[in-house]
Ligand binder design. Structure first.
Ligand SMILES: [Zn+2]
Length: 373
């Protein structure tokens, strides 16, 4: 993934490979002693995640907690990060939980950059991050398939399972990370002091552009409307988020995904989504051009995901809509990621508008299409 302009690069359907696509390129191994590696996208390894989490731990922030939720088949760590004001984590406190997971598909490295962007923002001194920590408990599992990542698999675990098809009945020995994650969520769901509001699983998409979401469909139009609100708010914050690609479905082929399996277990109060981001590029809402994603572009989507939780909870009147000092400007931590313009007041009115709009356009995303990821 060097900056040099590509030369002698071909991508075509090949009759000798059952008409599948073949990527070919010429490359000169000109330094005999060097080791060359080719990557499908910017690498984000298990080791890198561990180093990142170690450095986060060393900061000693009282609103960040790192737990070992379990181990993979090859005994790698399944980390669970909790980000919230310590007052929210006492036994007496009622906890409003946003649950985020990533890298169930090991080859989808953009999901890790999105996830780290989200974490970096949530632990920052940005006023929006502070407000989010005051009201919400973020539970984040940055790497659901550490063995697959370590082994360099694209989609499977060590034992060859697509773990995102095993959420319905995960086995503690064959799919231990899914088993542990699902158990943690169900324990939380059943406990009196936790309310799980959101589950969002982060992925990357190999054929579609932009960031977008998959959600579930409901027969009840009110429930469908509730699902529609978050993606609409997200689009206002992120110029690379596409409502056109956002799609709600209940395809049988995706029944074993986290999003589909969990919505069958939780009641309708829990919103379950998949957030997808293109391996390649996005068309900005403002301009017509195609822009390639960089590591920073993915991180920015993660920061904007975090910002959208604030907008969502203001719409729900969970977080008061008073103006936040500094929220209009660009401050350190996540400020550069804010694609949204206008101050806090302007955003609030647009949020109210969105609630109204949601009722008039319910079912807009109900149509099919979109590829299984
Ligand atoms: Zn995926």
């Amino acid at each position: 993934m060097g900056p040099a302009a590509p030369k002698h690069v071909y991508y075509y359907r090949c009759p000798e490979h059952r008409k599948n696509y073949v990527l070919s390129f010429a490359f000169c191994f000109d330094k005999e002693d060097d080791v060359y590696q080719f990557a499908y996208c910017y690498p984000y390894t298990y080791t890198r995640l561990q180093a990142y989490l170690d450095s986060l731990e060393r900061k000693g922030l009282d609103y960040v907690q790192r737990d070992l939720l379990g181990l993979s088949v090859q005994q790698r760590r399944l980390d669970l990060l909790t980000v919230s004001h310590p007052d929210n984590l006492t036994d007496e406190a009622q906890k409003r939980v946003v649950f985020i997971t990533a890298r169930v598909h090991p080859g989808e490295t953009p999901a890790s950059f999105v996830c780290q962007g989200l974490i970096d923002f949530l632990v920052s001194s940005h006023p929006i991050a502070k407000q989010l920590r005051d009201y919400l408990v973020f539970k984040i599992i940055p790497m659901l398939n550490p063995d697959g990542v370590y082994l360099g698999n694209y989609r499977c675990s060590l034992m060859g399972f697509d773990l995102n098809r095993h959420w319905q009945e995960p086995s503690p020995w064959a799919h231990p990370t899914i088993y542990a994650c699902k158990k943690a969520m169900i324990d939380m769901y059943n406990s009196k002091d936790h309310d799980i509001d959101f589950f969002c699983d982060l992925h990357a998409h190999s054929t579609l552009m932009n960031g977008f979401m998959y959600g579930n469909t409901f027969d009840d139009p009110d429930k469908q409307e509730r699902q529609n609100v978050f993606p609409k708010l997200f689009q206002q914050n992120a110029e690379d988020f596409s409502l056109t690609n956002t799609n709600f479905n209940r395809d049988a082929v995706k029944a074993g995904t986290g999003r589909r399996a969990l919505v069958g277990i939780f009641d309708d109060s829990v919103l379950c989504y998949t957030l997808e981001v293109s391996f390649f590029s996005y068309m900005a809402n403002s301009s017509g051009g195609t822009l390639p994603y960089t590591e920073e572009g993915y991180a920015k989507l993660g920061r904007n995901l975090a910002r959208t939780f604030l907008d969502y909870y203001k719409v729900q009147s969970v977080i008061p809509s008073m103006p936040v000092a500094g929220a209009t400007g660009k401050s350190k931590g996540g400020g550069s990621g804010g694609a949204s313009g206008g101050g806090a007041g302007g955003k609030d009115s647009s949020s109210r508008y969105l609630m109204g709009e949601a009722s008039s356009s319910a079912g807009r995303f109900g149509s099919g299409g979109g590829r299984a990821k």
